[in-house]
Design a binder for this molecule. Structure first.
Ligand code: ATP
Ligand code: MG
Length: 258
């Protein structure tokens, strides 16, 4: 089992969309048993993937798990993808909850250890903040993917997230950075220059940069219809780029079979 946290402390960088599309591609193209974990109180991943309203939370979700209660993954609407759901009660578990004992940051890692044989790949959709759930995700993860929007704010915020990951290595020494994934790319001069600059600075940090994911109008339709690109727009360039990303992710990991 490999566990990948999809994380950026900045909001709106494509974390949830990346989790959804990577989960669908891992399950349908690579025939993996996938578990998608919603670690964000906004619960967008849960809304997208759960089969019926509140279906994902019926047996306990991420918030219950961190509070020491029972939690159970349920089948999502995607074949071979299970979901550990979230709801707004996660919002109360900020980073101080991990210090005060209100949330157990080890809970997710321990819960996943009992499910080693059930899943090939676990993807954790992290919140845009360093909350108790984000901390739990970085403790449970083997590696981290950082979706990044190519603008000045996103690139300046990169040092911050790399620092947080470095800090978490005190608790999870084997935590790797799988790479930075440029998202919502469009091929104009500014974006091309920004991507080149990003690649240069990542090389200095010795961090991998995945092929970019381009911006597409199809994404709005995909989220409204609650269908991953693999179903909603399988021939789009963005779908192809997400397939490329997943192939690269698998190649870079221990699970190297391509
Ligand atoms: N490649 C893309 N093309 C067009 N729109 C995109 C693309 N990727 C993401 N988006 C859109 O950008 C918005 C933010 O994406 P998403 O919700 O995945 O980001 P996020 O990082 O999970 O946000 P948050 O930090 O709030 O959790 C959404 O409206 C989504 O549909
Ligand atoms: Mg999100």
């Amino acid at each position: 089992m490999r566990t990948t946290a999809i994380m950026n402390l900045k909001g709106g960088t494509g974390k949830t969309v990346t989790t959804i599309n990577a989960a669908a591609i891992l399950a349908q193209v690579h025939e993996k048993n996938v578990l998608a974990i919603d670690a964000d109180s906004q619960a967008s991943l849960t809304e997208f993937l759960q089969r019926g309203p509140a279906d994902g939370l019926a047996l306990g979700g991420m918030s219950d798990l961190l509070r020491g209660m029972r939690a159970m993954a349920t089948h999502s609407k995607l074949l071979n993808v299970d979901l550990l759901a979230a709801d707004e009660t996660l919002m109360a578990l900020d980073i101080s909850a991990a210090g005060s004992g209100a949330a157990d940051p080890m809970a997710l890692a321990n819960w996943l250890k009992d499910r080693e044989d059930e899943y090939d790949h676990v993807l954790i959709d992290c919140p845009p903040a360093f909350s108790a759930a984000a901390m739990a995700a970085l403790i449970a993860a083997d590696d981290v993917v950082i979706p990044l929007k190519l603008d000045a704010f996103g690139i300046r915020g990169l040092a911050n997230i790399l620092e947080q990951i470095k800090n978490m290595r005190r608790v999870n020494p084997d935590l790797k950075i799988a790479g930075v994934l440029p998202t919502m790319y469009y091929p104009d001069d500014i974006q091309q220059k920004a991507e080149a600059e990003l690649r240069r600075s990542l090389a200095a940090y010795d961090v991998h940069c995945f092929h970019h994911i381009r911006r597409t109008l199809k994404m709005d339709g995909s989220t409204f219809e609650q269908l991953p690109l693999l179903t909603y727009s399988p021939k789009s360039k963005t779908c192809w780029e997400y397939k490329l990303f997943v192939r690269d992710l698998l190649k870079g990991g221990e699970d190297d079979e391509l």
